[in-house]
Design a protein around this ligand. Sequence first.
Ligand code: NI
Length: 261
Amino acid sequence: MKLYDTHAHLTDEAYRDDLDRVLAEARSAGVIAINVVGFDLTTSRRAIELAAAQPGYLHATVGIQPNSAVDADAEDWGEIERLAADSRVRGIGETGLDRYWNDTPWGLQQDYFERHIVLAAERELPLVIHMRECGNEIADQLLSHASNGHLRGVMHSFTGDWDLCVRCLDLGLMISFAGMVTFKNGAALREVAARVPADRLLIETDSPYLSPEPLRGRRPNEPARVAHTLRCLAEARRVPVSELAEQTTANAGQLFGCETG
Ligand code: NI
């Protein structure tokens, strides 16, 4: 079985002395590729370093997450633009909008989101989009860029309802599910996940956060555990686990331009 963890923060200090074991366990769980997602300049640089050390296995994304935008220096964005030209970078983000923390003033969040959207189009790379309690505002902002064809990107750790999911699908986005879809109180989210077209579905851990059941609460989460999320989704969708593994991995390979065969 081949799995692709499309969203992990392996730059987190939780893995500083433990990354070899974490990657070995991921490999033995069948994980054949992991996206190391940057959320500010430091983690974006580090994501590329990790991808350089594990070519073909770790892939980098670069960006400044909405909650980090308030701390970004004037030069940071220019550096992100330069990093985006690196061949190991397979996506732009994470970016998006966040109404939950509101660390960054709303206008500044929208400004940074806009920059990522433009950069992704320039570089022909998919967007990695973070949503928290403002999915419709994200869809609104993306809509103005979708008129010339469909957007490439992923709504990561999707937690919205079916109406929002349809809006995202109509924009051309893929929908990625993390540990929350496995939680006991996640029945509504599982119903949404069951309806996503098979060729638009991705899986992720969002490590080190939100370990899936039956490991909920065990920190740090790690890429090997994406197998639990896959099994949960296969059950919700009433398809064989192996079939869903193959499909989601092929979807990820296509979106991020990575060999998964
Ligand atoms: Ni993330």
